[in-house]
Ligand binder design. Structure first.
Ligand code: ADP
Ligand code: MG
Length: 339
């Protein structure tokens, strides 16, 4: 008999979790993305102790059907890819079917979900790779994911966690980006009982900017819009005199997904050109829409790095749109300026 064997499922999930669940913010990211994909109009996020004790994401989306409750936690199980062609036109935030089994491999999970159809919810508990049978529960339409004791069974990973403040910083940073990307969804984020973010979900992106960066900052933003046969762009950039010491306040959204793009950051910086003092960065929120076939999101498990099929063309478009806004508005004194 040979020496090679196929890993059992719990072990395979734990290995995948090493990649998918780097820290508490990865769990928040995956759960909130699932809530958005489910069409939720409200998403409430509660965390305790930087997410290591508790991460709870409650949504009012479409819910999980009773017969799917157990399948949802299996590896490569997804409702978002139906055919191999779908991989080249991904419209949802998730598609890999890896998040739930990976999270369940390194934490204690309780999931309560209802599609609202038979007026009944189902509850399932997963611990150490063992799943309880789905049982009836009482809950409104939507999904309630409760993740306790993250990394309790992977001590090496737990030891690597930074301070509660650092972990919370990663969580809030990601929730802020998702709230900026989805102004039509009402988000709340609470940590140890304190409310860190509340957005109204009325579609007004300036309200989200105000909730994150403050009302005065929001009031001074300049609106950016652009149209192109392949792309549309809307969003806001700060006035060149409202700068920051780093790039953290530059948010780029493509088809509802917060992404990191060196090239698009470069396009924005080049649009500001000499208007920015050296080593200073603008606050920007740019939301770009394009046909899903023009962007490959299947580059990395976190789906934050993407590849654009016409990168140079997109770069020029973004740069010109931001430039147009700046040249139109920059010489007009802002509301808070005295001159
Ligand atoms: P993916 O998002 O890549 O499909 P996940 O492991 O994150 O994979 O989720 C597996 C499946 O569970 C999803 O495809 C979806 O059908 C279901 N699901 C997960 N979270 C939710 C939710 N909040 N609301 C409704 N369905 C959900
Ligand atoms: Mg997912």
């Amino acid at each position: 008999m040979g020496k090679i064997r196929v890993l059992d499922e719990q072990l395979a999930n734990q290995i995948a979790a090493g990649e998918v669940v780097e820290r508490p913010s990865s769990v928040v990211k995956e759960l909130v993305e699932n809530a958005i994909d489910a069409g939720s109009s409200t998403i409430d996020i509660t965390v305790e102790e930087g997410g290591l004790n508790l991460i709870r994401v409650t949504d009012n989306g479409g819910g999980i059907e009773a017969e799917d409750m157990e399948t949802a936690f299996q590896r490569h199980a997804t409702s978002k890819l139906l055919s191999d062609k779908d991989l080249f036109r991904i419209a949802s935030l998730g598609f890999r079917g890896e998040a739930l089994p990976s999270i369940a491999a390194v934490s204690r999970v309780e999931c309560i979900s209802s599609t609202g159809e038979d007026g009944l919810a189902r509850r399932i508990v997963i611990e150490g790779g063992t799943m309880s049978a789905a049982e009836p529960a009482n809950a409104p339409q939507g999904t309630d994911m409760i993740i306790r004791d993250l990394f309790y069974n992977t001590p090496a990973r737990l030891k690597y966690m930074k301070s509660i403040q650092t972990e919370l910083g990663h969580i809030s940073d990601y929730v802020y980006r998702l709230a900026l990307a989805h102004p039509g969804t009402a988000f709340t984020l609470k940590h140890n009982g304190n409310t860190l973010l509340r957005t109204l979900g009325n579609g007004d992106r300036l309200q989200v900017i105000a909730a994150i960066y403050g009302t005065n900052t929001a009031k001074a933003m300049l609106s950016v819009e652009g149209e192109h046969p392949d792309y549309d762009l809307r969003g806001f950039v700060s006035r060149p005199d409202q700068t920051r010491a780093n790039r953290n306040a530059m948010t780029t959204i493509v088809n509802g997904r917060y992404i990191r793009s060196f090239v698009l950051n470069q396009a924005i910086m080049q649009a500001f050109h000499t208007l920015l003092p050296i080593n200073r960065y603008p606050l920007t929120v740019l939301d770009i829409g394009m046909h899903p076939s023009l962007v490959d999101v299947n580059v990395h498990p976190s789906k934050m790095e993407v590849r654009f099929s016409k990168e140079a063309e997109l770069k020029t478009f973004v740069q010109q749109a931001v430039q147009a806004t700046l040249s139109r508005q920059v010489h007009i004194p802002g509301p808070s300026s005295s001159g």
